[in-house]
Design a protein around this ligand. Structure first.
Ligand code: ADP
Ligand code: MG
Ligand code: MG
Length: 192
């Protein structure tokens, strides 16, 4: 299990709380371009985390969260978050820093979803955030926000929103907004 990492555990608490606080918003967004289940799906994951508190080092915590994503979130997001979290955990185990872990998560999500930034998915927020890592917390959140905002004007090429073609233009991608919500909460909560 390694040395218990209370700081990472607290950051995951913050991220999961942000997901719960955003449930209604994410439900609404996924009703516009998808099937309306994203808010509930991610909330199930957050409850899964809060219901089963564990301790351990950062990679152990991320592996546990990956398993919760598979067990409780389900759907497209469950599989993609499970992959991203697993890749991040593996990166930390190889001695990578958090920037490398985030980049590994992006690669994992992109590989499983056959998606690239610009396809109108969660990657549009996550990938720019990873790229901005070296520029500091404010730049990371900024990059994620700008990436998510850019999904409003784009035709989605992956996920259910892609079934809508041009009709999805004008709506943000729910998964990208979800990334912004937990990321901004985690960064805001970090002592600087
Ligand atoms: P569904 O209800 O279709 O199973 P979710 O509601 O769990 O999907 O998640 C929807 C979000 O997942 C989308 O808003 C998008 O951000 C993301 N997504 C969907 N497909 C992909 C993909 N192939 N690659 C990356 N992200 C994707
Ligand atoms: Mg959905
Ligand atoms: Mg669904």
């Amino acid at each position: 299990l390694g040395h218990p990492d209370a700081r990472v555990r607290a950051a995951i608490d913050v991220a999961c709380q942000a997901v719960l606080d955003s449930e209604t918003e994410l439900t609404h967004l996924d009703q516009q371009v998808g099937d309306g289940d994203l808010g509930q799906a991610l909330a199930r994951g957050a409850y899964g985390w809060f219901d089963d508190p564990i301790e351990g080092d950062a990679s152990h915590l991320l592996r546990h969260l990956s398993w919760i994503a598979r067990r409780d979130v389900g759907g497209t997001s469950g599989a993609l978050y499970a992959m991203g979290l697993l890749r991040a955990a593996e990166s930390l185990e190889r001695g990578g820093d958090w920037g490398e872990a985030l980049a590994a998560a992006v690669d994992g999500v992109a590989g499983l979803g056959a998606a690239a930034p610009g396809d109108g998915t969660m990657l549009d927020a996550l990938a720019p955030a990873a790229t901005a890592w070296a520029d500091g917390p404010a730049a990371v959140v900024d990059a994620a926000r700008r990436g998510a905002e850019a999904t409003v004007g784009a035709v989605a090429r992956r996920g259910r929103a892609s079934y809508l073609g041009e009709r999805a233009v004008g709506y943000p991608d729910p998964g990208a907004i979800a990334v912004v919500r937990w990321l901004e909460a985690v960064v805001t909560a970090q002592p600087t």
